[in-house]
Design a protein around this ligand. Structure first.
Ligand SMILES: [Zn+2]
Length: 154
C-alpha cells in the first residue's frame, strides 16, 4: 500500500527530561509545519467523575485534556507519549480534533532537538470567573515565553 511508509515516517518524537518541567517531548528530526505528530490518547471519562477518580487514586489529573463540556480525556490511563508535551504560552504545536479524537500538529517548522509544546488552554466555565491572581495560584506557568500569561488557564 502506498501510504504505509508514511506512517513509519511519522515517528518524529522522543521523551526526555525537560528544562521547563519534568519530562518533555522533543523533535527527533526536523518536523515540517502542518505535520500531524501524534494522537493524544487516553481514557474517555465524564468530567463529573474526575474528583472521585482522584480520591480513589485512579488518576492524578495531571494529564487531563478537555474534550467537550461533559467529557475529558485522561492521558494517564490508556495514554501515549503525547501526555508528556509541556505547555507553552508561545507554542510550536496545536491540537485539532477530528471525530472527537485530538491530534497534535506542528504549527511551524520545528528543528531537530527542539522541545515541542502546545497551549493547554485550561479553564472550565467555573474557572473563568477567577481573578488573574487566583488563576496563577491554581495553575502557574513557568514556560519562559516573552508573552507568558503566568497561568495555564486561558
Ligand atoms: Zn507561560
Amino acid at each position: 500500500m502506498k501510504n504505509s511508509k508514511k506512517f513509519i515516517d511519522r515517528d518524529f518524537i522522543l521523551v526526555k527530561s525537560s528544562p521547563i518541567h519534568g519530562k518533555g517531548v522533543f523533535a527527533k528530526k526536523a518536523i515540517p509545519k502542518g505535520t500531524r505528530i501524534i494522537e493524544y490518547m487516553g481514557k474517555r471519562i465524564l468530567k463529573e467523575d474526575l474528583p472521585s477518580d482522584r480520591e480513589k487514586g485512579l488518576t492524578s489529573l495531571v494529564y487531563v485534556m478537555r474534550l467537550d463540556d461533559l467529557t475529558a480525556i485522561d492521558g494517564e490511563r490508556e495514554g501515549n507519549d503525547a501526555r508528556f508535551f509541556n505547555h507553552s504560552c508561545m507554542p510550536n504545536c496545536e491540537v485539532y480534533f477530528f471525530d472527537q479524537i485530538p491530534y497534535i500538529y506542528a504549527m511551524e517548522d520545528i528543528i531537530e532537538g527542539a522541545e515541542l509544546f502546545f497551549d493547554y488552554q485550561l479553564g472550565s466555565s467555573s474557572e473563568q470567573i477567577l481573578s488573574l491572581a487566583e488563576k496563577i495560584k491554581l495553575h502557574p506557568c513557568h514556560c519562559g515565553a516573552a508573552n507568558c500569561r503566568k497561568t495555564l488557564i486561558q
